[in-house]
Every structure is written in C-alpha cells, then in structure tokens.
Design a protein around this ligand. Structure first.
Ligand SMILES: [Zn+2]
Length: 260
C-alpha cells in the first residue's frame, strides 16, 4: 500500500487499485478529535465514544477525500456473509441496512466500513465500473463473505472475477491472532482442503491467518489480482485500532471505496 498524508490524516491506498475512476482508502487512527482509548480518528458509533466526536471525525475523513456526508453509505456490521447492493447514500442516522459487504455501480457514493482487527477487503471491477467493500472477521471469513461479494457483483453488474482487482487491507496478522478450539473447528470445516495454509500451528498455540483465508476465498471465486497489505493492526497500535491488542477498549478505523 502507499501512504498519503493530508491535513493531519494518514491514509493508505492499494497500489493495484489506483485509478482515476475510483476513490479508495484505509484511514489510520491519526488526525481525529477523540481522546484515549479511541484516540483519535474513531469512526465507531458503538464503542463508548461521544457521537459528536465520531461525527466530527467523519467530517474530517470526508473532507480529506473531497466528499460530503450526503454521499456516504454505511451499514450495520453483524459478522454475516450478507451483501448489500447500494445505489443511494445510506445515513448512519437512518434505519441501517445490515450485512458485511456493500457493492455498487453508482458513481458519487462513498461506501464506508469500520474495523479494529477484522479484515477490510476492497474490490474494483474496472471493466464494468463497479466496486465493493467487505468486512471479514473470523466469522465472516469462515462464511466466506468475500466470495459472496464477488458472486453478487457477477450477478448484479456482470463482473468477471478474473477482471476484478482486490485488496486485502490492514487487520490482525497471523503473528498475533491466536484462536481457540471452537474457531479452529469452524476454520477446518470451512477450508476443508486448505486449512493447513490458514492455521499456523505453534508449540502451544494455533493462530489464524485471516489474510491467507480471504485470499483463498477470493481465488476460489475466480479472482486473480489480489494485493495483500500484510499490515498487522496488533503490531502497530500507533496507526491502527486493535481489538485484541487493546483488550477491546479501542475505536474503529475506516476503509472506504467509491466510484467517481
Ligand atoms: Zn502482529
């Protein structure tokens, strides 16, 4: 990923998704107004931070990209594999749709999702001018929400998965993501043929490689061009929120994508 700095904010972009037709960014936690433990660009509305500060942070983020709040689409994230097709702005204050992916072919919208260790996945179909964003924690990963988003883009927009450009963004890495028996079993049943690539077995622990798991999901659905950021949120809580590294007391950073 490449780093951009603007007016106190620092955001990252996938090199392989750079296009004059697309806005895409994963925002670090820098440059917002929230105090500890949400310091500072917290976009999470359900983590105890003052809604007025979250709203101010959102304004700053939008200004950094030249968007206004009436262009924003957000959904309630529920660790599912549900994909929402969005063709108009969805305000956080209206009755939210829920799900863990949004796809669109409508220009001018900015789709935003919130993260603290879960995996942001951005999708761009330059042939049909369509885009998608996915939120994949371990639950969404074993439900293969990334594959579902690709499938839905194929149905809705005629996307050929082989044309898709995908980015797997900053999230907890295989070095930090120790998991227990329940999760191990679910990973094994979901990734029947590949779980040995997804589970990292140490002397007395098993860790989950969410990057590899989502890459496998995307490849299974025919995606060929995949950029993996390989940035671990738990390794760098200066830039990122990490639910695991900060014992659940933290904020949410934003990933966004939209067609110009
Ligand atoms: Zn790490």
């Amino acid at each position: 990923m490449i780093t951009r700095e603007t007016a106190g904010q620092r955001y990252f972009q996938f090199e392989s998704l750079l296009s004059t037709k697309l806005t895409q960014a994963v925002f670090s936690r820098l440059g917002g107004v929230s105090p500890s433990p949400w310091k500072s660009l917290n976009l999470g509305g359900t983590v105890g931070d003052d809604p007025a500060r979250v709203s101010e942070n959102k304004k700053k983020l939008l200004a950094a990209l030249g968007y206004s709040s009436n262009q924003l689409s957000q959904i309630r994230q529920v660790h599912s594999a549900h994909v929402n097709v969005v063709n108009k702005p969805v305000s956080r204050n209206s009755i939210l749709m829920q799900g863990d992916a949004m796809i669109t072919n409508t220009p001018g919208l900015l789709m935003l999702m919130r993260f603290a260790d879960c995996v942001p996945i951005l999708l761009f179909d330059p042939e049909n001018n369509a885009a998608g964003i996915v939120h994949a924690g371990w639950k969404g990963t074993v439900k293969e929400v990334a594959s579902e988003a690709v499938k839905e883009m194929t149905i809705q927009f005629g996307t050929s998965p082989s044309d898709l450009l995908a980015g797997i963004g900053p999230s907890i890495g295989p070095d930090h993501y120790e998991i227990g028996e329940e999760v191990i079993e679910k990973v094994k049943s979901s990734f029947e043929n590949n779980w040995d690539q997804v589970l990292v077995t140490g002397l007395d622990s098993v860790k989950l490689d969410l990057w590899k798991a989502n890459e496998i999901s995307l490849r299974k659905s025919g995606v060929k061009h995949i950029e993996v950021a390989e940035i671990c949120t738990a390794c760098d809580i200066g830039n990122w929120y990490s639910h695991r590294a900060e014992n659940g007391k933290t904020g949410r950073f934003a990933a966004v994508i939209g067609l110009k």
